[in-house]
Design a protein around this ligand. Structure first.
Ligand code: 5GP
Length: 148
């Protein structure tokens, strides 16, 4: 077993940093001063949404506590809207840290997946979703956030 003496550093070229800088597109559902929420391109179920802080952090352990608090507040807000938008029976909310923990994108993010009785959770980073379907799902969540 190897010991990690030097913790891995934040890489500003990660894909979510690029989304934050507007360098690559995302189906955004919510944004405020500290956080952004958008659709996962390889959803583990319809409505799979990601919430990220705007402040750089690789994962939960190196995040600034205030940024983390803002992220959790956005997770709750968006999770309520996701559940309503998809008339879900429940939600699975999860967050991975480092490759050994299952993380594949190294900017802190929290997954929100609507769940339905008797329906299994889809595979992590399985197939790419159709762009139009993701846009439709994002619209549903934005409408729920607006109380429509
Ligand atoms: P992790 O394994 O790091 O917790 O999850 C990263 C998530 O980001 C995966 O669920 C994956 O589908 C998603 N993802 C990877 N690349 C992109 C991308 O370019 N755009 C969006 N919206 N999601 C991405």
């Amino acid at each position: 077993m190897s010991s990690n003496v030097e913790p891995a550093q934040y890489d500003p070229e990660n894909i979510f940093a690029k989304i934050l800088r507007g360098e690559i597109p995302a189906q955004t559902v919510y944004e405020d001063e500290h956080t952004l929420a958008f659709m996962d391109v390889m959803p583990q179920g319809p409505g799979h949404t990601l919430v990220i802080p705007k402040a750089p952090a690789r994962g939960l352990l190196d995040a600034d506590p205030a940024s983390l608090a803002a992220t959790v507040a956005t997770v709750q807000r968006v999770a309520r809207a996701v559940k309503a938008a998809f008339a879900a029976d429940g939600l699975t909310i999860f967050q991975y840290n480092e490759p050994a923990g299952g993380q594949t994108v190294f900017h802190l993010h929290v997954h929100i997946v609507p769940r339905f009785e008797g329906v299994a959770l889809g595979r992590h980073t399985g197939g790419m979703a159709d762009k139009d379907v993701l846009a439709d799902h994002a619209g549903k969540i934005r409408a729920a956030l607006a109380g429509v």
